[in-house]
Design a protein around this ligand. Structure first.
Ligand code: NAD
Length: 493
C-alpha cells in the first residue's frame, strides 16, 4: 500500500485525524492511504504558503529564475513519466496507452510552456494626460493560491494550475481528489525532488471536500481558489468564497455536442467522435456525449458508431492496447448505470452496450442511445461515463436548438466540408471551445475554459497565467510643481 503524506513547507508531514484509501478500480484492492486533512492540517499548509509568499523571495525572482525552476520540474516529471502513468492507470483506471502521452508527457510540455510564460509577463505604461506623468499598470502575483483538482487527469489538471500560478509568482496548496491522492502526490514528489522550489512555494494536502476542501476555501490566508470539478461543487465553492471576496476560477462540467452535417466526411467524423465519446470511458469534461445529426445521414452515422463501439479495446488499463479501462470508482460506475436506466425510462432505445450483467466489476461498455427526448435529463445532464446519445435533426436551426439545450457551455464540434456553414454554426453554438472537423486537438499555447454551468475563467495560454495576477496601478508625477498649486494660490488671493 502506498502511504501518501501531506507536503508542507518543503517537508513530508503526517496529518492528525482520519485517513482514507484509494482503490484500484480493476482489482478492487486498496492502493494508497492518505490523510483526510482536517482544518488544522489545512491551516499548517496555508501558513507555509503564506510565509513563502510574504517573507520569501519567490514572487520577487526574475521570470527567468521562476521559469528555470519550472523547467527542472518538467525534466524530473519526464524522467518519471512511465511509472507515474502506470500509477494513474492503477489508481483510477485510465489506460496507459492514453495517459502516458496525453496526460503525463502533456503535463511536461505544459510546464515547459509555463517556464517560458514566466518570462513574458508584461506591465503597461498607459495613456497619461501629460508626458511628465508616468502612469503604469503592473502585474503582481495574486498571493496564495489553492488549487483543487478532480481525479480524471490527476497530474495534468494539477499542472495546468500549478504552472500558471508558479509562473505568476504565487505560492500554492494543491488539494488532490480523494479518488487519486497517490497520482497527484507523485507530481508533488517530483517538485520536491527536483530541488528547485523554496519551502512553502508548493504544498499538498489530501482529503475529501469535507473537511479538507471546505477548510481550504474558507481559509482567510488563501487569496485565490482555482477549482476543477463538478458544477455543483463549483457553485458551492463560489458561494463560500463570496463571503470573503476571495478570487475564484472554476473549470466545471460539460455536455459536449457534435453537430454532424450531411456533407461531413463521415469516416473521419465517426473515427473521431467514437474515440471522443468513449476514450477512457467518457470520463473527460470534453468527451463527446451527443451527436446531433442531419437526418439524411442519420442511419449511416448510427451504424458507423455502433460498429466502432464494438471494436474499441476494453480491459486492463496497464495493457498497451487498451483504450477503455474501468470506471474510476464505484460511485462513478453507479452514476453512469443510473443514467442508462433513466435513458430507457425516458423512452431511449439502446443500440449497443447497456448495463452489464455482472455488476461486481467497474467495466462499462460503450453505450449508444437513440430516440431520447432532447429535453430529457439524459440528453441535458452530465453523465461522465461511456454513454452517447444520437439525435436526428432536419435543419441547422434545429441542430443548434438541440445542441444548445443544456445548462453547460464547455465545448462542441462541427462536422461539415462547407467552411461557411461550419463557421455559421460555430458563431451560434453557445459554448466556449469548438473543434471543426476534429476532436481532442489542443495546444498549451491556446487557453481553455467554459461558459454558463461549465465555469468561469481560463486555463493554459497566457490567460492561464493572468488568472493568477493582480494589477497594481503606479502613477509617477515628474513635474516640479504640484498640479493643483494654482488652486491653492487662487484660494489665498
Ligand atoms: P467533484 O466536484 O466531486 O470534486 C472535485 C474536487 O473538488 C475534488 O478534489 C474534491 O475533493 C473537491 N471538493 C469536493 N467538495 C468540495 C468542497 N465543498 N470544497 C472544496 N473542494 C471540494 O468532481 P469530480 O467528480 O472529482 O470530477 C469530475 C468533474 O470534473 C466533472 O463534472 C467534470 O466535467 C469536471 N472536469 C472539468 C474539467 C474542465 O476543465 N472544465 C476538467 C476535468 C474535469
Amino acid at each position: 500500500m502506498i502511504e501518501v503524506r501531506n507536503y508542507v513547507g518543503g517537508k513530508w508531514v503526517d496529518a492528525a485525524g482520519e485517513r482514507f484509501r484509494s482503490v484500484n478500480p480493476v482489482t478492487g484492492e486498496p492502493l494508497a492511504e492518505a490523510p483526510a486533512t482536517d482544518a488544522a492540517g489545512v491551516d499548517a499548509a496555508v501558513r507555509a504558503a503564506r510565509r513563502a509568499f510574504d517573507d520569501g523571495d519567490w514572487r520577487f525572482r526574475k521570470g527567468s529564475e521562476r521559469g528555470a525552476a519550472l523547467l527542472k520540474l518538467a525534466d524530473e516529471l519526464e524522467r518519471r513519466a512511465r511509472p507515474i502513468s502506470e500509477l494513474i492507470a492503477r489508481e483510477m483506471g485510465k489506460p496507459v496507452r492514453v495517459n502516458l502521452a496525453r496526460e503525463v508527457e502533456g503535463a511536461v510540455d505544459k510546464l515547459r510552456f509555463f517556464a517560458g510564460a514566466a518570462r513574458l509577463l508584461e506591465g503597461r505604461v498607459t495613456g497619461s494626460t501629460a508626458s511628465e506623468i508616468w502612469d503604469m499598470e503592473l502585474p503582481e502575483p495574486v498571493g496564495v493560491a489553492a488549487l483543487i483538482i478532480p481525479w480524471n487527469d490527476p497530474v495534468d489538471l494539477a499542472v495546468r494550475k500549478l504552472g500558471g500560478a508558479l509562473a505568476a509568482g504565487c505560492t500554492t496548496i494543491v488539494k488532490s481528489s480523494e479518488i487519486t491522492p497517490a497520482s497527484t502526490a507523485a507530481l508533488v514528489e517530483a517538485a520536491h525532488d527536483c530541488g528547485a522550489f523554496p519551502p512553502g512555494v508548493v504544498n499538498l494536502v489530501s482529503g475529501p471536500g469535507e473537511p479538507t476542501g471546505d477548510a481550504l476555501v474558507d481559509h482567510a490566508g488563501v487569496d485565490k481558489i482555482s477549482f476543477t470539478g463538478s458544477t455543483a461543487t463549483g457553485m458551492r465553492i463560489m458561494g463560500r468564497a463570496a463571503k470573503r471576496l476571495a478570487r475564484v476560477s472554476l473549470e466545471c462540467g460539460g455536455k459536449f455536442p457534435a453537430i454532424i452535417c450531411a456533407d461531413a466526411d463521415l469516416e473521419l467524423c465517426l473515427d473521431a467522435v467514437s474515440y471522443g465519446a468513449f476514450m477512457y470511458g467518457g470520463q473527460s469534461c470534453t468527451a463527446c456525449t451527443r451527436l446531433v445529426v442531419d437526418r439524411r445521414v442519420y442511419d449511416r452515422v448510427a451504424t458507423g458508431i455502433v460498429e466502432r463501439s464494438k471494436k474499441l479495446p476494453i480491459g486492463d488499463p496497464l495493457d498497451p492496447n487498451v483504450l477503455i479501462g474501468p470506471m474510476a470508482s464505484r460511485r462513478q460506475y453507479d452514476k453512469a448505470v443510473e443514467y442508462i436506466r433513466l435513458g430507457t425510462a425516458e423512452g431511449g432505445r439502446i443500440l449497443v452496450g447497456g448495463i452489464p450483467n455482472d455488476p461486481s466489476s467497474l467495466f462499462l461498455p460503450p453505450t449508444v442511445f437513440v430516440d431520447l427526448p432532447p429535453d430529457g435529463r439524459v440528453a441535458r445532464e452530465e453523465i461522465f461515463g461511456p454513454v452517447l446519445a444520437i439525435h436526428a435533426v432536419d435543419s441547422e436551426q434545429e441542430a443548434l436548438a438541440v445542441a444548445n439545450n443544456t445548462p453547460y457551455g464547455l465545448g462542441g464540434s462541427i462536422w461539415s466540408r462547407d467552411i461557411g456553414r461550419a463557421l455559421r454554426l460555430a458563431r451560434r453554438l453557445d459554448v466556449a471551445d469548438i473543434w471543426i472537423n476534429t476532436h481532442y486537438v489542443r495546444h498549451v499555447e491556446t487557453s481553455f475554459g467554459g461558459r454558463h454551468h461549465s465555469g468561469i475563467g481560463r486555463e493554459l495560454g497566457m490567460a492561464g497565467v493572468e488568472e493568477y495576477l493582480s494589477w497594481k496601478r503606479l502613477c509617477i508625477d515628474t513635474r516640479e510643481k504640484f498640479h493643483l498649486k494654482s488652486w491653492f494660490e487662487a484660494g489665498r488671493a
